[in-house]
Design a protein around this ligand. Sequence first.
Ligand code: GLY
Length: 361
Amino acid sequence: MPILHVDLAERGYPIHIGANVLTDAALWAPFAGRPLRLITDDNVARHHLAPLKALLQLSDEAVRVIPHGEPQKSWAVAGSLQDWLLQTRLPRDGVLVALGGGVVGDLVGFTAAIYQRGVDFVQVPTTLLSQVDSSVGGKTGINHPLGKNMIGAFHQPRLVLADTDALRTLPQRELLAGIAEVIKYGLLGDERFLSWIEAHLDALLALDQAAIGEAVRRSCEMKAQIVARDEKESGERALLNLGHTFGHAIETWAGYGHWLHGEAVAAGMCMAADLSARLGWIGEADAARATALIARAGLPVGVPQGMQPADFMQLMALDKKVASGKVRLILLRALGQAVMTADFAPAALQQTLHHFCQQTP
Ligand code: GLY
């Protein structure tokens, strides 16, 4: 069973990956005797709450089941969780457990970050996307109508348990959205991993445990290394946002929850590859290879119908990577080598936007 470590001195923590780690009593032993509160959503609760609730000996009062879906990442829900923690008198040495996908993880992480100025929390990601990305690295937060993840805090978990067996209950669409983030790691930093994904895509889609375990392991390993070098995203960590500037614009335009995050990132990665090819940084065949893999995984390679270049420009101006009024994008110098840059011809960006919005510039 692979164990990785996020190397952040006193804020460092282990990531355990494998079948049934969720209910491995030994992994929970460090929290024995501490007051726990568990938050999950209604979908995840149906499949995974009962065994964990029993293992951790949680009362009904110590468990909160929220509705599923992106709209839960809101001020209103974050506020109601604070009310609940205060009403149930969780002390400062209490621990929150986030059982679920990226929405639950981001929301509970944020809740843990601000409750009594910060309490410990454990990530138990149950979607592929949250196992390979959002549960690791301490980015927590909620959405604002003007932009996704615009309000939040860096707050590292104490432990991540990525149970690959839990993925069996994942709807196909969510599995594919997670595959998008796995492809992201290959594109941004490891061409050999990209080739591995191409060779093992069918096994990944069939949820072959060995293939999924390796995809989660390598993705988490790359993420852990990047986060250890650049926790607060002053540089390299931004590369993990490949496809995200275009993708966030798509998610915001479509309305949160209509496009899954991974779907929007998939389309955004195609746009980043297209722009990189227009700039002459990668070959057209490289962009086509990236797009073909994303298409083969059953993910979107185009933008929502009706979305216009002006919509992208307006929404991308809100991106957190904007610096001194300039949009910075993650683009590709090669397959497996991403860079963050504001140094691209604006005309090339317009061509990409018009191409994807099916207009002629
Ligand atoms: N999902 C990007 C990051 O954690 O930095």
